[in-house]
Design a protein around this ligand. Structure first.
Ligand code: FES
Ligand SMILES: [Fe+2]
Length: 334
């Protein structure tokens, strides 16, 4: 099973904080069981480290930033972006800074309004959501919150087609249409892709021109271990793209991150409706996910699957190859 001890998860970038969290001083975050601190230097760059001072174990996130250095709130030792102490106020004159006075820096980079952190040497870059940085696209921020569910379960749910008719019967689902139309799944350079037909209703808030239930092609993608993108294109040409990222905080908790991008003209009322609908939908998912087993089987013989589960079966195979590339269960794409 997959859990937060999986070493290769430490080598992917995960969003841990919002850019705004580090605008006025250091901020605390958590990733894969580690407590982290992130801070911004004078040049605007964000840096991150294990949130533990080597002197007496204080949390550096409770400190402050002075001239680009992270200052511990306990005895004011200051650390530079390379992790080394650059100033120790109590040090006797002429005595060098002890070489062990250094914090464990980790890789941090800022993209799409988030601070992405990789704990060990990164395997890949931050997921490519490049369309949202192109002109004509705007981003509608939605959620950045802790869920009591594992990251793999959250992303698995985003890919899961059959649950919509059941879990979302009060919002976008149609309980009378539980069957899933046939679809294909394929691998991409950075993950998985599928074009899935979805029976959805009540999605006028997203700009659907028809008001009733409709069958729509939704292109879903997985990038890296836990980034999900769903692309819906309406007859008008407007595209509605949902980005869902789950950051594994530990075995049982995840950061649930979601935002939407649209390429039509800004409309505050319709954006509010989009967020309100997605709030109801995500609460429906959260209720189910917080009661799922956080351990996520990568061996596809562990669970029971139907034909309609192809994309989530493929997600298990994909994660297995990504995280345990030499494992005996790793299989080529069918
Ligand atoms: S514990 Fe950080 S400076 Fe003493
Ligand atoms: Fe859902």
């Amino acid at each position: 099973v997959l859990n937060s001890q999986e070493p290769r998860l430490r080598r992917y970038f995960h969003p841990v904080l919002r850019s705004t969290d580090v605008s006025s001083g250091p901020a605390a975050g958590r990733l894969l069981g580690e407590r982290l601190v992130a801070w911004r230097t004078n040049d605007g760059h964000v840096h991150a480290a294990i949130d533990r001072c080597p002197h007496r174990g204080a949390a550096l996130s409770g400190g402050w930033v002075d001239d680009g250095c992270l200052v511990c709130p306990y005895h004011a030792w200051a650390y530079g972006p390379d992790g080394r102490a650059c100033h120790i106020p109590q040090l006797d004159e002429g005595v060098p800074i002890p070489p062990k006075a250094r914090i464990g820096v980790v890789q941090a980079t800022e993209r799409y309004g988030f601070v992405w952190i990789a704990l060990d040497e990164p395997i890949g870059d931050v997921p490519d959501f490049s369309e949202i940085t192109e002109p004509g696209w705007r981003v509608i921020p939605e959620f950045f919150e802790t869920w009591h569910a594992s990251a793999a379960r959250i992303i698995d749910n985003s890919l899961d087609i059959a649950h919509t008719a059941i879990v979302h019967r009060a919002t976008i689902g149609d309980f009378s249409k539980p069957r899933v139309h046939p679809y294909d799944v394929s691998r991409t350079v950075d993950g998985l892709s599928a074009r899935v037909p979805v029976d959805a209703q009540g999605v006028e808030a997203q700009g659907a021109s028809d008001n009733g239930a409709a069958l729509r092609d939704v292109i879903v993608e997985i990038k890296g271990p836990f980034a999900f993108v769903a692309r819906i294109t309406y007859d008008s040409g407007a595209a509605h793209v949902i980005y869902t990222i789950a950051t594994p905080i530990d075995d049982r908790e995840s950061l649930f991150v979601q935002f939407v991008a649209r390429n039509d003209a800004a409309d505050d009322d319709s954006d509010r409706d989009t967020v309100a609908l997605d709030r109801r939908v995500t609460l429906e998912d959260q209720r189910i996910l917080e009661l799922t087993d956080p351990d996520f089987p990568l061996d596809v013989t562990t669970e029971v699957h139907l034909r309609c589960d192809r994309v989530t079966v493929e997600y298990r195979r994909y994660l297995h190859e990504l995280l345990r590339p030499v494992g005996v269960l790793g299989r080529a794409t069918p």
